[in-house]
Design a protein around this ligand. Structure first.
Ligand SMILES: Cc1cc2nc3c(=O)[nH]c(=O)nc-3n(C[C@H](O)[C@H](O)[C@H](O)COP(=O)(O)OP(=O)(O)OC[C@H]3O[C@@H](n4cnc5c(N)ncnc54)[C@H](O)[C@@H]3O)c2cc1C
Length: 412
């Protein structure tokens, strides 16, 4: 049996970040993943500015190594396409310069990005990483949690658990009592393609809000070597109620829609077409309890509008590690003390998630969406504000006030 102060379950972006933050705080930990890295994870592979900013706060060296990482594509913005097929380019920074500004958005296949993070873990003496072990048993004892795989080959006794084992976490379901609710959950699929025409010269990611997918969208994200990550997501209740087969819908749309048909005419699918769940942060949930904290997808924190979850996994991983440090120094792992983790997470992510949920509700109406896009296309100030949102956190706060939109749209 291995004893440790903190055991992290899952070495995806959330768990790996928690381990790195603990290491930098001088706290040893054990981290266990059922996969052996490099491993794939179904995802759009879009890394927003939150990821690099989050890593930079832990250690500038990690952020710098990610900037130098060759397996990723630097992306300078987003192209939004409305149901009426009007498109609006929104750079991550207004008036960016590719020569003088550091890129803040990336697209990187998860097989590479997650392995980059695991390589960072392997550099740290404080971190003991176990790969290829699925943690399936959790027993709470008076002085800690006893966790192990089904066969009991690896048994870890920890004072505190950081649970970061993703969207299908049994701990989340069985211990934390958080259930999948189809209206607050999305289904997503993706495949890799080569030879898609009409990609943006500065590798903007594309979000196509097609009428039949709302509030979900079809995405095309540029990757190195002329590849692209192409996928679709949709709310799980819509998939169920409309009896939709997302895989057929994606391949049919790429063939039958005149715009995509032209762009994909000579394109080739270079992977299988795979799906996975997106636990959305559309409502507030309890993220901690006696001796545990949930992180990333295990905490249901994916942005309900953008589908982005890696940034929030990195953010919660960091906060969980800092909370672990506080608990260890006070030798207090009670649910009451750990509630401070929920407070820290929701203080920052709460307003964003609320706003995104409101936007998700708004974009269900194609006419309203088309109108907003028309306003955006005419209004440079609005486009600049959306740009600034990507790197100025304070602006996001303003976005929760209705008066802000009113002024922006009508004071031109
Ligand atoms: C189709 C799709 C597209 C998406 N596109 C984007 C995007 O473009 N940008 C973005 O930011 N987000 C995107 N997301 C969301 C993003 O993939 C997740 O939010 C992100 O992976 C969360 O990281 P995590 O570390 O919490 O969980 P994960 O990345 O799921 O990692 C969990 C880890 O836990 C391990 N594990 C699972 N069970 C056990 C166990 N029992 N024992 C030990 N280990 C275990 C797994 O092997 C895995 O390594 C998308 C999701 C989907 C489904």
């Amino acid at each position: 049996m291995i004893t440790t102060s903190v055991c992290i379950i899952g070495a995806g972006p959330g768990g790996a970040t928690a381990a790195l933050q603990l290491d930098r705080l001088g706290i040893p930990c054990v981290i266990v993943d059922k996969a052996v890295f490099p491993r794939d994870k179904v995802c759009g592979d879009g890394l927003s500015g939150k990821v690099i900013t989050g890593l930079e706060k832990i250690d500038k060296g990690i952020a710098e190594r990610l900037r130098q990482f060759v397996e990723k594509e630097n992306s300078w913005g987003v192209t939004f396409v409305s149901p009426g097929r009007q498109s609006m380019d929104v750079p991550y920074r207004p008036n960016y310069s590719k020569t003088t500004d550091a890129p803040i958005g990336f697209v990187c296949k998860r097989i590479h990005f997650d392995n980059f993070m695991v390589d960072e873990l392997k550099r740290c003496e404080n971190i003991r990483l176990f790969e290829g072990v699925s943690i399936d048993k959790y027993v709470q004892e008076e002085d800690g949690y006893l966790v192990s795989d089904a066969a009991g080959t690896l048994v870890v006794k920890a004072q505190l658990l950081i649970v970061a084992n993703g969207a299908h976490s049994s701990f989340t379901r069985e211990v934390a009592g958080i259930r999948m609710e189809p209206k607050y959950y999305a289904a997503g699929i993706r495949a890799y393609y080569k030879g898609v025409k009409g990609m943006h010269a500065d590798s903007f990611i594309e979000l196509h809000f097609l009428k039949n997918l709302l509030p979900g969208y079809l995405w095309i994200f540029p990757l190195p070597d002329g590849e692209a990550n192409v996928g679709m997501d949709m709310l799980s209740d819509a998939v169920r109620d409309r009896k939709i087969n997302l895989k057929t819908l994606l391949t049919d749309t790429l063939k039958q829609d005149p715009i995509f048909a032209e762009r994909f005419r000579d394109a080739e699918m270079t992977s299988s077409l795979d799906g996975y769940g997106l636990p959305l942060g559309s409502k507030k949930r309890q993220l901690s309890g006696n001796r545990y904290m949930l992180v990333g997808d295990a905490a249901f924190l994916i942005d309900p509008f953008t589908g982005e979850g890696i940034g929030n996994a990195v953010y919660t991983g960091t906060i969980a590690a800092k909370q672990a440090a506080t608990c260890l120094s006070a030798n207090d792992f009670s649910a009451g003390t750990l509630a401070a983790y929920d407070e820290s997470v929701y203080r920052v992510l709460g307003p964003e998630l609320k706003l995104s949920y409101k936007l998700q509700q708004l974009v269900k109406y194609p006419k309203l969406f088309n109108w907003l896009m028309k306003m955006g296309m005419k209004n440079k100030q609005l486009r600049d504000v959306i740009s600034s949102m990507f790197y100025e956190v304070d602006l996001r706060k303003k976005l929760t006030r209705p008066s802000f939109y009113f002024k922006l749209l009508f004071n031109r």
